[in-house]
Design a protein around this ligand. Structure first.
Ligand code: PEP
Ligand code: MN
Length: 300
């Protein structure tokens, strides 16, 4: 990394690459994020029903996803929109982990919910709207779970790194950065996908960087192209919304891929990953019995 960048991000020294640390690998169950494998996290925006979640988990696993996403606590723009199933959603996620073997990432919105969410989830997602909620960052850091930190929709790269630095300062080095689109003057898309952020973050930081093309685009037809751009930009993985019937989804249906769309996105990534010498999946492997090794008492 050149000195210009080191000076620019001098406030957040611990997230920057150093002679000692070039790349952090976040280990979750049998998945390594930031290593040689490209890791796709996929699933519905919100956990809705048992059949919706289990069918999605089964499908995305077969297509090569390694982590199941799904919101049980939902930050919504309208107070009247579906707010998530809460504890019932967490229990469904634990059930899906047990049946699919996939690790679980789910959002935690408040400091008080951290112990509960950490009991069920393998990775705690800090949403865009919460990126600068420092008491939440502290609680999430202390949970001991890896933290997937989404870039705030109006946050600069320095702001994102500052929040990551806080989590490290609180003693948790397992942080995954996520570019999910930012607000600009452009309104055709939900957000503007900042591919440069991925390039720069990979250059300056040792933390794994993933991309969320779903919230960046807001339209499902753009998602596969943004996913390819993320691979070309050097991302370590993706966070993608997938739903069995996107048109009936309780949240974010317009940006969710259906199963066929997910399959085709995954297949189309392969040549791009091959250019980076990366693979995406241990395809068609029956999942390994790793659940018990990772203190998943809450499963079931
Ligand atoms: C989500 O992942 O469903 C979500 C709400 O994301 P963001 O915080 O990026 O808006
Ligand atoms: Mn969503």
């Amino acid at each position: 990394m050149c000195d210009d960048w080191r000076d620019r991000f001098a406030e957040t020294p611990d997230v920057l690459k150093s002679a000692r640390l070039q790349q952090t690998i976040v280990q979750v169950l049998d998945v390594e994020i930031g290593g040689d494998e490209f890791v796709t996290m996929a699933g519905p925006c919100s956990v809705e029903t048992e059949s919706q979640l289990l069918a999605t988990a089964d499908h995305v696993r077969r297509a090569g996803a390694r982590v199941l996403r799904g919101g049980a606590f939902k930050p919504r723009s309208s107070p009247y929109a579906f707010q998530g199933l809460g504890l019932e959603g967490l229990k469904l996620l634990a059930r899906a982990r047990k049946e699919s073997g996939l690790a679980i990432v789910t959002e935690v919105m408040s400091e008080g919910d951290v112990p509960l969410v950490a009991e069920y989830a393998d990775i705690l997602q800090i949403g865009s709207r919460s990126m600068e909620n420092y008491s939440l960052l502290e609680a999430a850091a202390h949970s001991g779970r890896p933290v997937l930190l989404k870039r705030g929709m109006v946050a600069t790269i320095a702001d994102l790194l500052r929040s990551a630095q806080c989590i490290l300062d609180y003693g948790n080095p397992q942080v995954i950065l996520c570019e999910r689109g930012i607000r600009t003057f452009e309104t055709a898309m939900r957000n503007t996908f900042d591919a440069t952020a991925i390039v720069l973050l990979k250059q300056v930081s040792h933390l794994p960087v993933i991309a969320d093309p779903s919230h960046a685009a807001g339209h499902r037809d753009l998602v596969p192209s943004l996913a390819r751009i993320a691979v070309a930009a050097g991302a370590d993985g993706l966070l993608v919304e997938v739903h069995p019937h996107p048109d009936k989804a309780w949240s974010d249906g317009e940006q969710s891929l259906d199963f066929a769309g997910f399959d085709s996105m995954m297949a189309d990534l392969d040549p791009y990953l091959a250019l980076r010498g990366m693979t995406q999946r241990e395809q068609a492997q029956p999942w390994r019995e790793t659940v018990g090794s990772c203190s998943m008492e809450a499963a079931g």
